[in-house]
Write a protein that binds this ligand. Sequence first.
Ligand SMILES: [Mg+2]
Length: 270
Amino acid sequence: MRQVVVFSDLDGTLLDHETFSVRLAVSAVDLLLRRGCPLVPVSSKTASEIRWWMKALFLEGPFVCENGCGLVIPEGYFERIPEGGVREKGEWRVPLGTGIGEVRKKLREAALEAGVRVRGFGDMPSREISLLSGLKVQEELDGAMDREYEEPFVLQEEKDFDRLVPLAEKRGLIITRGGRFCHASGKCDKGRAVGILIALFREKFPDVLTVGVGDSQNDLSMLLAVDRGFLVAKPDGSHDPAIPPDAAARTKGAGPKGFREAIEEIIAIG
Ligand SMILES: [Mg+2]
């Protein structure tokens, strides 16, 4: 079997959207690990949050955090370290996006110029973040607040979004709208971060087959960067229309069920 490396989104893909349960994904993860196939989380979550989930899933190795703004590689995992890597506590951290201090400053300036009010994680006490995010456990809350690149924020009024976006973009920020929050970050995407890791994996395994699994628009660049992309279904059985059909095969199952389907297919052809 060819050496397989799997890159996977977490929320809505490996983790169930509502319950965040990993029960369904565990057997597929185990299938990969027993065959010595690395599974690389590629998520909008922070490095702290991803480390927590990796421990729960018995995963080790590199990962991509905050939507591709950061890359973390355990020391000694690859022979070469990507440009800009900084060594910290046994890991190489590779910043690919603008630092959170600069992002917050630019967001404030854009809001001021647009005449709109924004409140970001940096402005909120943890109680308010807990209320808005639904995160109740202190450990989870701490992980979500430990941001390096991307600022989740809320607008006082929904209609302010269109006024804010062009002024933020003028300052080099990207603004996206998520389920509970809007997000501001420098220019980065999952695909670029995954591309850097693929180059490193190729040096390690020259015949590597790269696989990507995701569920929504922010996974598109990752799905385009790999050899085989899979788009898992949403809980209602539909697929994100933002992902063109030729970018990824569609799974029948939603979230972790679809993830398992994708892994079974890859192993069957391998
Ligand atoms: Mg997702």
